[in-house]
Design a protein around this ligand. Structure first.
Ligand SMILES: [Zn+2]
Ligand SMILES: [Zn+2]
Length: 105
């Protein structure tokens, strides 16, 4: 598995991406440890969820490691789960709203 020297281009704005990751291997107590470190400052991320490569200008939360789409999906999913848990008791007594949604599809 060899990585190309150039990081490539931003998949959204086609800006050239610079800086890349280096893989360092070592042995600790007989266990092979692989560490990934930045060898030079990067102006891009590779989304942990969808592996899209975006420059920092094209993602709102580069430090999260996710692209905007996945960051929104993950945060809204977490919020939705929280809300669902909070609304659980009222949902039990409500009419089945899920079936109404099927007609729109
Ligand atoms: Zn970009
Ligand atoms: Zn993503």
């Amino acid at each position: 598995m060899s990585q190309p020297e150039s990081a490539g281009n931003c998949e959204r704005c086609q800006q050239i991406l610079y800086g890349h990751l280096g893989v360092f291997e070592g042995e600790l107590y007989g266990v092979v440890v692989v560490a990934i470190r930045e060898t030079s400052p990067r102006n891009w991320i590779c989304c942990d969820a969808c592996s899209v490569m975006l420059c920092h200008a094209c993602c709102t939360h580069p430090q999260s490691g996710y692209c905007d789409q996945c960051f929104d999906a993950i945060t809204s999913e977490e919020q939705g789960m929280r809300q669902r848990r909070e609304n659980h008791e009222s949902v039990l007594g409500a009419t089945p709203a899920r079936q109404a949604g099927f007609d729109e599809h």
